[in-house]
Design a protein around this ligand. Structure first.
Ligand code: FAD
Length: 89
């Protein structure tokens, strides 16, 4: 009687919606874990909201409080449609 052998375990997939403070922290916290992470955001940048007032009053430029998500995660994860598992920083 043949018994079915289990194949190699597939990593769990984790989908994180939103690259705000919570989403970025979750992504970085899971870096190195044996999971496949997909981070989704409707925008391609993270907005540092606490400094919005400084932009509104022209103390800072927009580019100083909004950074591309792929830049923030450059040392941790591949970004784009074909990603690879994250590794610790
Ligand atoms: C003016 C201002 C000043 C603040 N000052 C402080 C402060 O001094 N100290 C402090 O602790 N907190 C401060 N906060 C609050 C702090 O910014 C928030 O608590 C924090 O940003 C919440 O993080 P979050 O990850 O939950 O959400 P967010 O940082 O808002 O991130 C949500 C992300 O989800 C994405 N998203 C939303 N909907 C969708 C969708 N349907 N599909 C795909 N992506 C989606 C958004 O694009 C965004 O990137 C301030 C907030 C504001 C507005």
């Amino acid at each position: 009687m043949a018994t079915e052998q289990p194949g190699p375990a597939k990593p769990h997939r984790v989908v994180i919606v939103g690259a705000g403070f919570g989403g970025l922290e979750a992504t970085l916290g899971l870096a190195g874990a044996p999971v496949q992470i997909t981070l989704v955001d409707r925008r391609n940048h993270h907005l540092f909201q606490p400094l919005l007032y400084q932009v509104a009053t022209a103390s800072l430029a927009t580019s100083e409080i909004a950074w591309p998500i792929r830049y923030l995660l450059r040392d941790c994860c591949a970004t784009g449609p074909r990603s690879r598992p994250c590794s610790p920083r």
